[in-house]
Design a protein around this ligand. Sequence first.
Ligand SMILES: [Zn+2]
Ligand SMILES: [Zn+2]
Length: 453
Amino acid sequence: MITFLPVGGGNEIGANCFYLNINGNGIILDCGIHPQKEGFESLPKFELLENKTLDYVIISHAHQDHIAALPFLIKKFPFIKIFTTPQTRALAELTLHNAVSILKKEINDEKFEFYTHDEVDLLIKMINYNEYEKDFLLTSYHQLPEAEVKAAFYDAGHILGSASILLNNNGYKIFYSGDINLTNQAIQSAAILPDTKIDTLILESTYGATDSSELLGWQNEAERFAKEANKILTSGGSVLVPVFALGKLQEMLATIWQLMKKGKLSQVDIFTGGIGTKISRVYDYNRYVVNRIDKEFELNMIPQNNYNQFNSAEEFFRNPSIVLASSGMMIKGTSSYDFAKRFLQQKNSAIFTVGYMDERTPGYLISRSRKGDKISLESTDKAIEVKCEIKNFRFSAHAKREDLISIVKKLKPENVILVHGDEVAIRWMGKEILKTFPGIKVYAAFCGREIVL
Ligand SMILES: [Zn+2]
Ligand SMILES: [Zn+2]
């Protein structure tokens, strides 16, 4: 018997963690935290895993909503074997160490047992890593032949090292998309799907509720970005671009550099910093071993000023410049949040958002405001007037909804389980799949609700 139990995530984006029991072989897919929740609320419901057979955890990629709870899982169940791609392992070493101090600040709960830097070191050593499209064997603890699973990673085209996961149990095939992108970004090339029929597809639904006319494609959006940025830069202003340190920073940096080299964007100073700079190095040294648009391209070759070397944001206004700072949603306490407060006051400058904003974040509030509006970033703050320009762009690292449907068409599954999307997104995806492919069984994943396949 094969069962699927969402332990976190499911009908929302965050704390992704799914438990599969394949004839007695216990396999966990992903182990993330919910970035907008706090304390125990942010973790997957590990209590659902008690008294279950637990053999393996396979991580699709190094974003925190897919990996950051892994140290908590391993603390609770130290015997579980971990698998990732080599790139995810390298990125996890940076991001999990970084999370040690961030989580401590965010999670204000005495009962909460944090992980330490030493534990992260140990955990990274425990990770088994496998390249794309190379089979690896998952035998259950009891070595039952009916429980044996052959697994393989497929490039998901989302960030460096991101993978979809194919599981083959004596001919029964399960495919977990992870976060997936079917089109090229600036560095990362599109996902590669397996050339085989799948029985059960576990599919992300991030953009299920987003009309694809809002997603113009990477290159079109880059042209629009250049046009709007030139207006600000040629008038002497600077542009703040809040980005996720992992993925979006590297892709935006490459995009901006390409636009400058083509003469489409004013050549101005670029500021980067924080953990994103270290992550860029991992992107560079992996450039020959992963699928890439241009394997020769190195982020390190782009002239950048490190904003951590300056004490104040005034440096950004000395000359026209572009500042790429994390976090992507301008979460309180991060560089982009601090810089945004200063940019909002600066008349001839601008804040350009480039990705998804959760409604509960300062980034959402800023992205929705316009010059002249009065906003307060925290409930305790007094409202400030927005003096800079605000422009929103959509550079997406996720497949648009028609592309998600095309995955169903290609893999011809009997069952589709929809995950990683809000309710509206999952409802659109479900309806569309049922309409286009009569006969396919569609399930919406809910935390704690088991599905028998
Ligand atoms: Zn992701
Ligand atoms: Zn995700």
